[in-house]
Design a binder for this molecule. Structure first.
Ligand SMILES: Nc1ncnc2c1ncn2[C@@H]1O[C@H](COP(=O)(O)OP(=O)(O)OP(=O)(O)O)[C@@H](O)[C@H]1O
Length: 295
């Protein structure tokens, strides 16, 4: 099989630095004919993946985080070529949902044994989301974080600390299955997969193959509830908490008070009105053999 490997040199914590060598040493040369390239700017992977698909590459490997994976997915949507992932981001939500190891060497071994499967994606206005996107507080934080000079966890905590107390629930209108609902929410997530990344689960039972996504409405918690809610987020128990409400659908329309959205963790400027549609079986993905039927 012809395989193009796209390495994002700036993703995550730098794990991708030795990956090219590791791939040459570890990837099954009998099964894959490999070409390796680095991405040169944001959005480059979309173009390279699209060209690869048109030029007969069977697989395009994203070496990076959810942003890189999203770009490769955009380039391969509705094509015969499959997306593969060697996770090197900071969250790796989509790869984790698929059961792909965040250790690059293990991920390459999994790739040697992988099979192709069709998965759903989400179209949010003109954006494509494959993992979890959203509006409200987490989108607000992703926009602030993108403007900060320094990266890393400490900047993230700083962004949250300086905004959490003043940020209140805001008004949203959701049109779903012909019904209109108004509600106040802290954040609203659109989940195709189960987790944001780092095993923080917004919709623990999500499947990428069921033709359904969920709209997850989160109310602002009281400060004393935060420790338990953090535990619940990682223990797959968020759906049973007071602040959580979830709607299953194939499409919906939501009106937000802001022009902000995050798509798989990347901040984007959007319309206030968002039309979200599930695209069933729109992307081929290489998954570990033992995950067939359970993604
Ligand atoms: N050469 C490059 N220079 C600058 N930006 C790039 C380059 N190649 C890719 N990018 C951009 O880097 C962004 C961040 O990459 P990515 O999401 O993979 O890493 P991350 O943010 O560290 O991981 P995660 O999303 O898992 O936290 C992507 O949205 C992509 O557009």
């Amino acid at each position: 099989m012809k395989m193009l490997v796209l390495i994002n040199p700036i993703s995550g914590t730098g794990k991708q630095k030795g990956v090219a060598e590791l791939i040459k040493k570890t990837l099954d040369a009998d099964r894959f004919e490999i070409e390796i390239r680095e991405t040169e700017y944001a959005g480059h992977a979309i173009l390279l993946a699209k060209e690869a698909s048109q030029n007969g590459f069977d697989i395009v490997v994203a070496v990076g985080g959810d942003g890189t994976v999203n770009e490769v997915a955009q380039g391969l949507l509705f094509s015969q070529s499959s997306l593969a992932i060697i996770p090197c981001g900071s969250g790796n939500g989509f790869a984790r949902h698929l059961g792909i190891s965040c250790n690059p060497k293990k991920a390459i071994h999994q790739l040697n044994e992988s099979v192709s499967a069709s998965v759903d994606t989400l179209q949010i206005n003109d954006f494509i989301s494959i993992n979890v996107s959203g509006i409200g507080y987490d989108s607000y934080i992703s926009h602030i974080f993108a403007k900060m000079d320094s990266r890393g966890l400490s900047s993230y905590v700083k962004a949250i600390w300086s905004t959490y107390f003043s940020y209140k629930d805001r008004k949203y209108t959701l049109h779903i299955d012909g019904e209109k609902q108004n509600f106040d929410a802290f954040m609203v997530s659109f989940a195709n997969s189960s987790q944001f990344g780092n095993n923080a689960f917004i919709d623990p039972n999500a499947s990428l193959q069921d033709g359904i996504f969920t709209v997850n409405v989160i109310k602002k918690p009281h400060l004393y509830e935060v420790p338990y809610l953090l535990f619940a987020l990682f223990a797959k128990k968020l759906p049973s908490t007071r602040i959580y409400q979830s709607f299953r659908c194939k499409e919906c329309l939501i009106i937000q008070p802001e022009n902000m959205l995050h798509v798989d963790g990347e901040p984007v400027v959007s319309d206030k009105e968002l039309s979200i549609q599930l695209k069933n079986n729109s992307l081929k993905v290489m998954i570990p053999k033992n995950k067939v039927g359970v993604i």
